[in-house]
Each structure stands twice: as structure tokens, then as C-alpha cells.
Design a protein around this ligand. Structure first.
Ligand code: SF4
Ligand code: SF4
Length: 265
């Protein structure tokens, strides 16, 4: 990356996105896994965005601020690695448990997120700025089931998408994929947030496709039971006992209107 603070917002975003893509290519070329992903998305929030303070109310009083992770933080970079459609389709088809490819994609994407973050960190360091790469997952309170650094809420602040009825973030590439983020002292212009709700129900239209996909007593038209959801994630983890931690489900995000794009009706 050859970024300079005077570069236009578009130029810096293109460069960041190029770095993420390059890290993904190196990963696949090194034979670390098959290519499970579509084109990545990247967005940036100002570390001083007042919405960060709101996370203490909306997520948890213990939610970290960018400056808690890195003194002098100026920007938060968030990236979304969308899964190939086939992975979502297979998870949708598999009965009861998540599909094996969904579980394996989760595991390998966690490792890739770490690699992408470290690659960006190295690149930003060349320009004299510090970066802290946040862990891809499992930084949450297992009783309250809330995260001390919620990637999806950070991604919302950065303008990567809007929340769906299923409580996942819907991006321009849908919700089927995984998020990573890092905090840096590098000043980068923030990307704007969408000016409309992407979720059909939240925009006053009919859908609830995600509710129909949840057979585990977790997601309803009226509410979301995060404890029931996590129980099902742990069922899948036991089912895939030969894999590292796979506390995932994702059925409500697979093969619904918002899985791979902004939904339309
Ligand atoms: S499936 Fe429909 S209701 Fe559910 S989050 Fe997606 S767009 Fe919203
Ligand atoms: S992830 Fe699974 S258990 Fe949780 S709401 Fe979606 S379908 Fe239901």
C-alpha cells in the first residue's frame, strides 16, 4: 500500500481492498485452503465516531473503545470476506446440523482473517503507523453472549452494511461470510454509512425468510433468543468434534434474500 493522508478516500479504500485481496491470493496460492470466498469488502470508521460510545449501551457496558485497544487510535478498518454461494447453499440443504463445508469454512476463514489483519498491519507499519489486529472470534462473554469487540457493530459504524432481522450484518455482498477488523493510528477518511435499511422487513417489506430457516427455537418474528442460538452452535461444535471449535450454525443466513447481495423483492 502506498497510502498518504492526502490520498482521496476512494484511492485509500482501493489500496486497502487491494491488500486484502493480495493476502487472500497468497493464502490460496500457498495451498492453505481452497478458495471459499468472493470479492472482499473494506470500510473504515473514524476511531472518534460517537457511535463507538453507543456500543456500551447497545452491546455491553464492557465493550472496548478503539483507544482501549491502541492508544492514539485514529481509524478502524473493517473487512468482510463473503463466502462462495455454494457454501451457503450446501449449509442450507444440509438437514439439522450445519454442513461440513460451512464448519470448515468457518475454521479456515478465522485463520485467514488473522492473516489478512497481519498483512495490513505490516503494510501500515511501513508508513510509520501502529496497528492492533483484533481476534476474529471467541472474544465474547460466554454467559452474557456478548462480545468485548463486536465486529458486526464495528462494521455497521464503518458503513459496511445494516442489520438484518436475523441480527447479522447485511452488506452489498450479503450476510454470508465473516468479518475482521483492526485499529490503527493511521488517519484514514471514514466511509459513509448506507442511507437505507437493507433488510426487507426493516424497510417495511415482506420477508422473514430467515425466521423460516431457524428450526432451533432461536429466531422469531417477535424476538431473537441468543441463548437458544448459541446452544445450537454448540450442538454443531460437538457434531464436528474432529474440527477445532466450530460453534456455528448460520442457517438463517443461507439461501435467503439477503445471503449474497442487498435483497430486493
Ligand atoms: S431473510 Fe429477509 S427478513 Fe431476514 S434478514 Fe434477510 S432480508 Fe431481513
Ligand atoms: S444461527 Fe441458527 S440457531 Fe441461530 S438464529 Fe440462525 S438459524 Fe437459528
Amino acid at each position: 500500500m502506498n497510502t498518504h493522508p492526502s490520498d482521496s478516500k476512494e484511492e485509500i479504500l482501493v489500496q486497502l481492498r487491494g491488500e486484502v485481496k493480495a493476502a487472500m491470493s497468497r493464502w490460496v496460492q500457498a495451498g492453505k485452503s481452497l478458495n471459499c470466498w468472493r470479492e472482499p469488502l473494506v470500510a473504515v470508521a473514524s476511531a472518534r465516531d460517537p457511535l463507538f460510545e453507543e456500543l456500551k449501551r447497545v452491546v455491553d457496558p464492557g465493550h472496548a473503545m478503539p483507544n482501549d485497544l491502541l492508544s492514539g487510535a485514529r481509524s478502524v478498518v473493517v473487512f468482510f470476506l463473503p463466502f462462495q454461494r455454494g457454501i451457503g447453499e450446501e449449509n442450507s440443504r444440509s438437514k439439522g446440523f450445519s454442513s461440513r463445508s460451512w464448519a470448515e469454512s468457518y475454521v479456515v476463514t478465522n485463520s485467514l482473517i488473522q492473516a489478512v489483519g497481519e498483512s495490513l498491519q505490516t503494510d501500515i507499519a511501513r508508513h510509520g503507523y501502529e496497528t492492533v489486529v483484533t481476534p476474529p472470534t471467541h472474544n465474547f462473554d460466554e454467559e452474557k453472549l456478548v462480545s468485548a469487540w463486536s465486529h458486526k457493530h464495528i462494521a455497521y459504524i464503518a458503513g459496511l452494511g445494516t442489520f438484518g432481522h436475523h441480527h447479522m450484518l447485511i452488506t452489498t455482498a450479503g450476510c454470508c461470510g465473516r468479518l475482521g477488523s483492526l485499529v490503527t493510528t493511521m488517519p484514514i477518511a471514514a466511509t459513509p454509512r448506507p442511507d437505507k435499511e437493507y433488510c426487507l422487513v426493516k424497510s417495511g417489506k415482506e420477508c422473514y425468510g430467515c425466521v423460516s430457516k431457524c428450526r432451533y427455537g432461536a429466531l422469531f418474528k417477535s424476538h431473537f433468543d441468543r441463548h437458544a442460538c448459541y446452544r445450537q452452535c454448540l450442538v454443531n461444535d460437538s457434531h464436528f468434534g474432529d474440527l477445532p471449535l466450530t460453534d456455528v450454525c448460520g442457517k438463517c443466513a443461507c439461501d435467503v434474500a439477503c445471503s449474497y447481495e442487498i435483497p430486493t423483492c
